[in-house]
Ligand binder design. Structure first.
Ligand SMILES: [Zn+2]
Length: 561
């Protein structure tokens, strides 16, 4: 190698990922938005390496999207890419970066445009709007050797942050001139180019409108099938279209194990609904639609009668779903302390993210994004806690298996921000709140935590954070509440006794007092094993409020309306 040649660290970033992802009406939009940004960045990474650059972060050598080999279930490349190169490669790389985004977006828009024409009233893509929307930028930072030191890495990061903050304010010219009924139903900002009649319960005055930019997410699953055809990659389509489908997932799981008579009757109802529905795309929506649900009344009754003992159906008339945003704890510090082993660390994280889909799918969820230790998915609250626990075990287990990372494996944990809400609760609002809850989980002492916001109605919301070490206890608490006879007023009576409980310093005395409150006036004998176990579980939650929240959340899971 020419010793006079200079070395560089390149950082590329794309935005505005957050706005784009958040402006979603259906689960499939959320999935599509994350996928699109990932796909664009994987193509950027391919272009850099094709022009002689070397990827520095993230590790993508085992990434199915980047390699175009393996199963692609969702977006998996983050919005920032770091690469190194030398003088001789500089001009080829920079020239590539100048045109790549426009080329990729154009290719996708072409596919999406054709699909839109088949599915609704579609106009012509506004390519100017597409071009304006994606903000792709990069900085090049000179480094001493072929690989950056941690200090050089930090310095380059600081540069891209400044660059990112300097992003030109997008002039929203002429948008005031767009009539209200011409605006996109997803972003509420740009002009529609596509319209489709929707069902009455969609709350959209009959038609849904989508703009040039938002249309890319809606038809992405179909468009992507074309993009990856002819490669070794196998594309896995998202299994749910809407949040109602997720709310319906435990019932669906029950139907799958039911007898043929129940299954056939169910299928007949769905066919009937499809004929009436405009959108025709979601069994969950049919099942919970105020106009269609009456069809299922008798069927639900016999399902409950037949399977009461075998399968618990507390969700039959309670359509809830949840959104989860997860992230690795202590990442900045972990990277610093493992700078010498950073290749191992990033490869481990990448291996982990390839395995996430299996766990989420097994728990009836839909993975939205898994890029490194940054994960988001939608899932039913019934399967939520188990899934978070499994993901954490998998993540931590990878670091335990590797000799280099084993000594500090305990620092590699994941925290989760969760919103649990009614199936009609706006998806965009839920996505926003899940990110807020993740920030709360990160502030939890010791990290490795989950923060849940349970939105039961317009006025009833409660937030609750706990250590992931207590996930199993919370699940057990729910099971006990299903079988034990506990008064509905228990949480309030614990609250009433807060001062007394706080004043008791002796653990045994505190347990006894709690036992008396929970046993209440029901005349339970002094050694009721279930209540003793509930007391033991509640004592693990620090503070009276955490105790009450654990009880309230477990009760929600157990079927309390
Ligand atoms: Zn839009």
């Amino acid at each position: 190698m020419n010793t006079d040649s200079k070395n560089y660290l390149l950082i590329c970033e794309i935005g505005p990922i957050y706005d784009f992802v958040r402006q979603s009406r259906k689960t499939v939009d959320f999935w599509g938005a994350s996928f699109l940004f990932s796909y664009v960045m994987s193509e950027v990474a391919r272009d850099i390496t094709n022009n002689g650059g070397t990827l520095f972060l993230p590790y993508l050598d085992n990434n199915p999207m980047y390699r175009r080999n393996g199963t692609i279930a969702c977006g998996s490349v983050p919005d920032q890419i770091y690469a190194t190169f030398t003088d001789s490669q500089r001009s080829a790389i920079e020239n590539g970066l100048k045109t790549i985004i426009e080329e990729i977006v154009k290719t996708i828009a072409l596919k999406v445009g054709k699909l839109a024409e088949q599915k609704g009233k579609a106009g012509v893509f506004d390519h100017g709007e597409l071009k304006d929307f994606f903000h792709f930028f990069y900085t090049i930072h000179e480094i001493k050797d072929a690989q950056p030191t941690f200090e050089e890495f930090l310095e380059a990061e600081r540069k891209i942050r400044i660059r990112s903050a300097l992003r030109p304010f997008r002039q929203i010219t002429g948008n005031n001139s767009i009539a209200k009924w011409e605006k996109c139903s997803l972003c509420g900002d740009r002009k529609r180019i596509y319209s489709k009649v929707v069902d009455k319960d969609a709350g959209l005055y009959n038609e849904e409108h989508i703009c040039s930019v938002c249309l890319l997410k809606r038809f992405l699953p179909e468009a992507v099938t074309f993009i990856f055809s002819g490669t070794k990659a196998e594309f896995k389509k998202p299994r749910y279209r809407s949040s109602s489908d997720i709310a319906f997932s435990p019932i669906k799981a029950c139907i799958d194990t039911a007898d043929d008579e129940m299954k056939q009757a169910y299928k007949a109802f769905i066919r009937e609904c499809e004929q009436i529905s405009e959108e025709k795309d979601s069994e969950g929506r049919f099942f919970y639609d105020p106009n269609l649900r009456k069809k299922f009344t008798a069927w639900k009754k016999s399902l409950t009668e037949k399977y009461q003992d075998k399968i618990k159906l507390p969700w039959l008339d309670r359509p809830f779903y949840s959104i989860i945003s997860m992230d690795g704890d202590n990442m900045g510090n972990n990277l610093k302390e493992n700078w010498e082993n950073r290749q191992d660390v990033s490869r481990i994280i990448s291996d982990f993210s390839n395995d996430v889909d299996d766990i989420v799918s097994k728990n009836h969820g839909q993975l939205i994004f898994a890029g490194g230790e940054d994960i988001s998915f939608v899932i039913h609250p019934e399967y939520l806690l188990g899934c978070i626990g499994e993901l954490n075990n998998l993540y931590n287990g990878y670091f335990l298996k590797n000799d280099l990372t084993k000594p500090m494996a305990e620092k590699f944990t994941l925290s989760a921000g969760v919103v649990v809400c009614y199936h009609k609760y706006p998806l965009s609002q839920a996505i926003l709140s899940a990110c807020g809850m993740l920030r709360k989980a990160k502030k939890f002492r010791g990290k490795n935590a989950t923060a849940i916001s349970l939105i039961k109605g317009h006025t009833e919301t409660f937030n609750f954070a706990f250590s992931n070490k207590l996930i199993g206890d919370l699940k057990r608490l729910k099971e006990l509440l299903l079988s034990a006879d506990i008064s509905r007023t228990t949480p309030y009576r614990i609250k009433e006794s807060e001062e007394v409980l706080k004043a008791i310093t002796d653990v045994r005395h505190k347990e006894n007092y709690l036992y008396t409150i929970i046993a209440g006036t029901r005349g339970v004998d002094k050694t009721n094993a279930e209540i003793m176990e509930i007391v033991g579980l509640l004592m693990k939650f620090e503070g009276i409020d955490a105790m009450i929240n654990a009880l309230l959340y477990a009760r929600f899971l157990a079927g309390d309306k």
